[in-house]
Ligand binder design. Structure first.
Ligand SMILES: Nc1ncnc2c1ncn2[C@@H]1O[C@H](COP(=O)(O)OP(=O)(O)O)[C@@H](O)[C@H]1O
Ligand SMILES: [Mg+2]
Length: 290
């Protein structure tokens, strides 16, 4: 029997298995400047899946997770009809997802930098004066946002998060995510990669706050090569830079449809994803399923 697909996101396809479980499949699709490009990036889905599994394992003493298995031999009947499921599929428990995105920032970038530049604050809290774009923050900060069903997510204060999920859950989410970020930051830094910020999605499974969705991947995090990090500038993104640079040099106005990527750009990007996994996680992609 075929599994029924219940959701198709920008990057993931989700299939219902039963009342308790889902099969999440991460495709090779890539977006840049908020537009999904026509060309898939070889191995990207495997990289994101392998990284998520690596981190869920490394963080397993901090919190339970939604992962049941990424081993294709454990997938339910019907899964083998899904193209490329081996290496890109994860069998997970269904969770009651928190209505917030749990973002942790260790550096001043993106919307955090924008806020600081206009008001000297980060999520409403004052930061030291004179900080530059991409500067490291005095300490990692939990900066939640709402999960917008359309358009951009909205940054909210910690008090807003308390309103939305309750005090106990908000504090537990903050402590868990900040500790998980710190660990990942230190592990990646030793490999020459800075995790500037990352987004976790948490949910309740059997009444316990659990780590769900993707974890510490290039799509949910800002990775910078340490040797190209220069406060005062916007560091290149470790994984997507070849695509961004090429698109910037084309005459594209950043509205769909995007131009076709040349094969060399696709290839260079694929290699960056594979290297990101192999460096940060210290494993070979060829040892992963698929
Ligand atoms: N264990 C889980 N149970 C239920 N929903 C989950 C679980 N893990 C992740 N999700 C949700 O599944 C979706 C993942 O699909 P994705 O392609 O990343 O979509 P999006 O474009 O919304 O980020 C997200 O809405 C995420 O909140
Ligand atoms: Mg997502």
């Amino acid at each position: 029997m075929s599994l029924s697909r219940i959701y198709s996101g920008k990057v993931r396809e989700i299939y219902a298995v039963d009342d308790d479980r889902l099969l999440m499949v991460t495709t090779d699709r890539i977006s840049a400047f908020d537009v999904i490009l026509a060309e898939p990036i070889p191995h990207k889905g495997r990289v994101l899946t392998a990284m998520t599994v690596h981190w869920l394992d490394a963080l397993s003493d901090l919190a339970p997770s939604h992962l049941v298995s990424a081993d294709p031999s454990q997938f339910p009947e019907g899964a083998d009809e899904i193209e490329g499921v081996a290496g890109r599929g994860m069998l997970v428990r269904r969770a009651q997802m928190l209505p917030i995105e749990c973002i942790v920032r260790g550096y001043l970038a993106g919307s955090g930098w924008k806020e600081y530049r206009s008001s000297g604050t980060l999520h409403g809290t004052a930061l030291p004066a004179g900080m530059r774009q991409a500067d490291r923050l005095p300490e990692a900060v939990f900066t939640p946002s709402t999960k917008a069903t359309e358009g951009h997510d909205l940054n909210i204060s910690f008090d807003d998060a308390v309103e939305m999920v309750g005090k106990e859950t908000a504090f537990a989410a903050r402590d868990l995510c900040v500790e998980a970020y710190r660990r990942a930051h230190d592990a990646a830094e030793a490999q020459g990669i800075i995790v500037a910020d990352t987004k976790f999605e948490l949910g309740f499974i059997d009444g316990r706050l659990s780590i769900c969705d993707e974890v510490l991947t290039p799509d949910s995090s800002r990775f910078w090569p340490s040797d190209e990090w220069e406060p005062g500038t916007n560091p290149p993104s470790y994984d997507k830079q070849p695509v961004r640079d090429w698109l910037e040099s084309s005459s594209w106005d950043k509205t769909p449809p995007p131009p076709r990527l040349p094969a060399e750009v696709v290839q260079a990007t694929s290699e960056r994803y594979v290297t990101a996994y192999e460096r940060i996680c210290g494993r070979r992609l060829s040892d992963w399923y698929g």
